[in-house]
Structures are given as C-alpha cells and as structure tokens.
Design a protein around this ligand. Structure first.
Ligand SMILES: *Cc1c(COP(=O)(O)O)cnc(C)c1O
Length: 393
C-alpha cells in the first residue's frame, strides 16, 4: 500500500511505528537500551535481530527507525542508516566501503568538509583519490580506471551550483564495477531521482532541507538493504556516528512539511533569478533553473527544477559583496542552507576560506560571491530585500 503513495503522503505517513497509546504525532523513544523478556530472548536478539527488534540506540531505536524508513520510502531505496550529522553520513558512506590500496574518483567541487575527507583523510589511510572537474564527462572517463572501486560527487555542488550528469557518470562507474556514492543535499529529496539515474548510495545532510528549520544536525545513508544493513551498519554502529532519537523526531516533523517548503523556496529562487538577470551590480548570476546556467538543460532533465539555492557574484569583489550583505534586512548572514529563513553566505570568506586561492579560482569561488539559500518568506519581500541591498554595492 505505502509503496504506491506519492511523495507528499509518504512524507507524512511512511515508517510510522505507533505505540499501544495510539499517538498521532510520532513518539520520541528517548532510551538507549531495551529490556528482554527472558535471557533466551536477549541471546537470540544478539545472534540476529529482526526489524523492529532493538538492542542499543547506537545500533537502532524506534524513532530513528521511523526516520530511516520514511527517508528510504521517499528516496526509493530499500533501507537507510541515520547519522549524527551530514558529515557522519559522508564519512560513513566512504569508510564503510573503502580500504587501503583502493582507488576513488571524486568531483573536486565539494562542500569543504567533504573535500577534507577525500583530500586529507582518505590518502592518510592509503586510499588513492583522483579529483576531477565534475562537469566534464571526458575528465571522469579518463580518471575512472579498471581498479576504481568508488565514485563520489555532489549532484549539485556547493557553492557554485555545478551539476554532475548522474546517469552518464554512474554508467562509467558501473562499467568498471565501481560503487556510486552521491551527496544529494542541494538536489533535495523533493527533486531527487538519484537512484533511478544510477546512484547506489545516496547521502543527505538532514541538517539542511529535511529539518529545514535550523534546529539540529543529522544525516542519512540510503541504499540497497544488503549494503546498508551490511557494511554501512557495521561501520556506523561500531564507530558511534548514530542519530539520537530526539534528532530523529525533529527530522520526522521536518519531513512532514519538507516538500511544501522546498517547492516554495525553489519558486522564490526562480523568481529572484528572473529579477536579477542582467543586474548592473552583478558580474555573474548562477541559478541552475535559469536558461543562462550552462547546465540548465541537464538540471531540468535530472531534477525537473533549479532548486532552492542561487549564487551571485557582485562586481567590486569582497568590499562590494560585504556592503550588500550588511544592507540585508530580511536575509540573514549565516552559513546553513535549506532553512525556512533566507540565508546569505560569502563562501570565499567563510565556508571555503581554507582553500588556497588557486583552488577557489578553479571552483568559481570569487571574492564577491554571495550564496543565497532562499527561505519561505514572502517572495516579493525577499526580492525587494535583495534588490535594495544590491543598491549598496
Ligand atoms: C552541509 C553539507 C554537508 C554536511 O552536513 P552537516 O549536517 O553539516 O554535517 C555535506 N554535504 C553538503 C553538500 C552540505 O551542504
């Protein structure tokens, strides 16, 4: 029955485990442990626990399981393992499947912490990582070797909003038997068809659109049951990156309204892009949903929408961009994204500050770049706010 539901229905009802009290809102099972009726039952559960049989919250918990089942249902995956943060999910998805001597190919346009894992941590353990321009299919083709075991990319990159052709890269990876792991945060579960398009393991930071209200860190690793309950669960439950029941409850409540929020946010982003195109204060406007984006056709084919994020490069560099940021009256200067509140971020000076100048340049992270995560405020109010702030550049 629930398999046939459309996304909106699944977001509200999938995965519910109602207790004997018949509560409407999902219960928070704030417990780390579980009691066994008999010693025999304890022994049996440690040999093999069935779904809905719990041992210890680091392994699983009813509230966390509700979140995992709901996410798996909307993403079209068999199973999921919820994590303490998005980075615990990215790290877990990579470490679960890799060992010394393995070769990995990844796009180089990544969230700062993702890049740190691929560029700094994995090589320390003898893993050979090749970074490529994720938009260039010939670069993927020459980097993927017969012995490549895993391919990693952000389906839409942070902050320059470059789009990876999921289907084409997945086909190349699968041709050599490599596993495809995708960080799908910017695509959002609303617009994702990642599994259909070839991704094996989908990773989300739930901190972003899934919570969507700036409250908690969380993440999830989604994929086929044998991989999630095999290597991923084994790695996560023994290394301590599991999600807390309270966080899972926040995320379940977030999911109920996620689709409504994301569609409102992306509609605003599209309208704002229209209002900003050709603006005299901008050197560049980046919105994948606008015809001016170099990968507009790909993003519409892949996601059917340009998403909730927009970036603009203000003429006059850092000084001008800071004038714009400081003049904002509604949009907040911060670094989260996918929030109900509109957030403006200068990546070159904050989230991507650590990167060498050369690399910033290559990734399009210019000193005047402002990344905007559109919120659910009134569209006209927001457009007015951005336009008046640009007057200060
Ligand atoms: C935020 C983010 C992460 C990390 O998520 P946290 O919940 O902050 O740990 C990973 N990838 C992308 C693309 C992100 O935007």
């Amino acid at each position: 029955m629930s398999e046939e539901w459309n996304t909106r229905t699944k977001l509200v009802h999938s995965g519910v485990k109602r207790s004997q009290w018949g509560e409407v809102s999902e219960a928070i099972f704030m417990t780390q442990g579980f009691v066994y009726d008999t010693a025999e039952q304890a022994e049996a559960r440690f040999i093999k626990s069935e779904p809905d049989e719990f041992i210890y919250a680091r392994y699983g918990n009813p509230t966390v399981a509700m979140f995992e089942e709901r996410m798996a249902a909307i993403e079209g995956c068999e199973d999921g393992f919820a994590t303490a943060s998005g980075m615990a999910a990215v790290n877990g998805a990579l470490m679960s499947f890799l060992k010394a001597g393995d070769h990995v190919v990844a796009s180089r346009a990544l969230f700062g912490s993702c890049l740190y894992i691929l560029d700094e941590i994995l090589p320390r353990f003898g893993i050979d990582v090749t970074l490529v321009d994720g938009t260039d299919l010939s670069a993927w083709k020459s980097a993927i070797r017969d012995d490549t075991v895993l391919v990693f990319f952000e389906t839409m990159s942070n902050p320059a909003l470059e789009v990876v052709d999921i289907q084409a890269v997945s086909e190349m990876a699968h041709a050599v038997g490599a596993l495809v792991v995708a960080d799908n945060v910017f695509a959002t579960p609303t617009y994702s068809k990642a599994v259909e398009q070839g991704v094996d393991i989908v990773v989300y930071s739930a901190t972003k659109h899934i919570d969507g209200q700036g409250r908690a860190l969380g993440g999830i690793i989604l994929g086929p049951q044998d991989l999630i309950r095999g290597k991923v669960e084994a790695y996560m439950k023994h290394t301590g990156g599991s999600m807390s029941p309270f966080t899972a409850w926040i995320m379940l409540k977030g999911l109920e309204t996620m689709d409504l929020r994301v569609r409102a946010q992306s509609a605003t982003a599209a309208k704002l892009a229209e209002a900003l195109v050709g603006h005299p204060k901008l050197a560049r406007l980046i919105y994948p949903g606008h015809a001016s984006h170099p990968q507009h056709e790909l993003v519409m084919r892949q996601m059917g929408n340009g998403g909730t994020m927009l970036a603009m490069d203000v003429k006059g560099g850092k000084e001008a961009a800071f004038c714009v940021l400081n003049a904002l009256k509604i949009a907040l200067i911060s670094n989260n994204l996918g929030d109900a509140k509109t957030i403006a971020t200068p990546p070159a000076q904050t989230t991507h500050q650590r990167l060498p100048e050369e690399q910033k340049k290559m990734l399009g992270i210019t000193p005047g770049l402002i990344r905007l995560s559109l919120g659910i405020e009134d569209t006209d109010d927001l457009i007015g706010d951005i336009l008046q702030a640009l007057d200060h550049a």
